[in-house]
Design a binder for this molecule. Structure first.
Ligand SMILES: Cc1ncc(COP(=O)(O)O)c(C=O)c1O
Length: 422
């Protein structure tokens, strides 16, 4: 059975490599005093440089230079520049990632684009239980274009769904937002391509937490949130990836706009798509949000994805072991896969007793009030998402000890915890 000193030893480098990723914590601002933050799958930690970047845009850019800033600064280049900075952690070519809009909007754009590219095929395959916004986008794209939606309940049904040879695009989440189960990016993309379909992946719960390799996997399109593990800040723009084989196509992007034109400031009456991923940027970039995100993007340029992955493995494997050792006797089980390669950013725990009380949010709320910031998904899933660039092994020990304390004392059953939902 591990004790806190074992965890301290891991923080000091005993986890095989003395992983340099631990050094990146110094580039992030501390969170609220007395709290342990396990909600990086909602909003990642704030880079130290972010407030000053935003202040500069507001003061120098908006207050003083105002309109001149469009010419004198890199505001217009930010969607490509930020995309370039994220490309390393996404395993993508530097010119193939764009930062713009929200994940949902990018999902819409790329579903329509895939249907255009792969016509006359007219089937969109999507998981029924995928993050709801992705399914709504697939439903809407199909309805709007008279295409057919084919639901699958898990990736195991994909072969059958593809067999008829009529699928234009398969839209999948790499990591399930509830259980954190991670799919096989390479194998499934291969299967999709073998049936002549295109692959659109949502990496929101993987990017910035574990190593991914979009280019090597031959993925056609991918999207993901900027505000989760990528630490772009609340409401940060999302990113989208387009494989270079689709960036030069004569097929227009779904949302043609001046910022995706090959010469935006020529103000031509006719649309000519840019010969790059930029064609998927329809309108003016979100300058202030991009300024906050640039602080995170600079950090991502410096992070070695394999070291990030190793750190994540070390932290989440430890979390699972601590939960097994300290909380199993109370009916808490690990719902995420135990093999690291099959797990995304967070670790999900199940707590059967919570279900008897209604749902798990009372335990989640009790944890939050004890300073352990977690999230829950009804009826019985508790999600713990520490950030691999910031978290320490001892944080995990402290959090699991608090969880054990609440279970032991049964304090979480106090009716006051039932009111809130986290
Ligand atoms: C897997 C996944 N996809 C998409 C979204 C939606 O992102 P957005 O609200 O930025 O469109 C979320 C939000 O949490 C998500 O978890």
């Amino acid at each position: 059975m591990l004790d806190r000193d074992d965890c301290l030893a891991l923080d000091h480098g005993a986890d095989s490599s003395g992983n340099p990723v631990a050094g990146f914590a110094a580039r992030f601002a501390a969170g609220a005093p007395g709290t342990l933050y396990f909600d990086a799958n909602s909003i990642g930690p704030m880079p130290l440089a972010a407030p000053e970047r935003v202040r500069q845009v507001l003061d120098q850019g908006w207050r003083i230079a105002r309109r001149r800033s469009w010419n004198e600064t890199d505001w217009l280049d930010q969607p490509r520049k930020l995309g370039g900075s994220l490309s390393r952690v996404l395993g993508a070519g530097a010119g193939d990632v764009l930062v713009a809009d929200s994940t949902t909007i990018n999902q819409h754009k790329l579903l329509h684009h895939a249907l255009d590219l792969n016509a006359p095929r007219d089937v969109v395959v999507v998981e029924r239980e995928v993050f709801p916004s992705n399914r709504y986008a697939a439903e809407a794209a199909s309805a709007l274009r008279g295409a057919r939606l084919r639901d699958i309940s898990c990736s195991g049904e994909l072969g059958e769904a593809l067999a008829a040879g009529d699928v234009a695009v398969v839209a999948l989440s790499l990591v399930d937002y509830r259980s954190s189960t991670r799919l096989d990016l390479v194998g499934i993309t291969e299967l999709i391509h073998a049936h002549g379909a295109l692959a659109l992946w949502d990496l929101s719960h993987a990017a910035g937490a574990v190593a991914v390799s979009l280019e090597k996997a031959g993925v056609d399109f991918a999207v993901g949130c900027g505000y989760k593990y990528l630490c772009g800040g609340p409401g940060a723009p999302a990113w989208l990836y387009v494989h270079p084989r689709h960036s030069q196509s004569v097929v227009w992007p779904a949302l043609a706009g001046w910022m995706g034109h090959s010469d935006a400031f020529a103000f031509e009456p006719g649309y000519r798509p840019a010969a790059s991923v930029s064609r998927h940027q329809a309108g003016t970039p979100a300058v202030i949000a991009n300024a906050a995100m640039s602080a995170a993007a600079d950090i991502w340029c410096d992070v070695d994805p394999q070291e990030l992955d190793e750190r994540h493995r070390s932290l989440t494997n430890l979390l699972i072991r601590l939960v097994d050792e300290q909380c199993a006797e109370f009916g808490v089980t690990v719902a995420s896969p135990r093999e690291h390669a099959k797990r995304g950013g967070h670790v999900t725990l199940r707590f059967s007793d919570a279900q008897a009380e209604g749902d798990v949010s009372a335990l989640a709320q009790a944890l939050v009030e004890a300073g352990v910031i977690v999230s829950s998904r009804k009826p019985d899933a508790l999600r713990l998402a520490s950030h691999p660039l910031v978290a320490r092994h001892t944080d995990l020990w402290d959090a699991v000890s608090k969880l054990r304390g609440l279970l032991l004392s049964e304090q979480w059953r106090d009716p006051r915890y039932r009111r809130a939902s986290v």
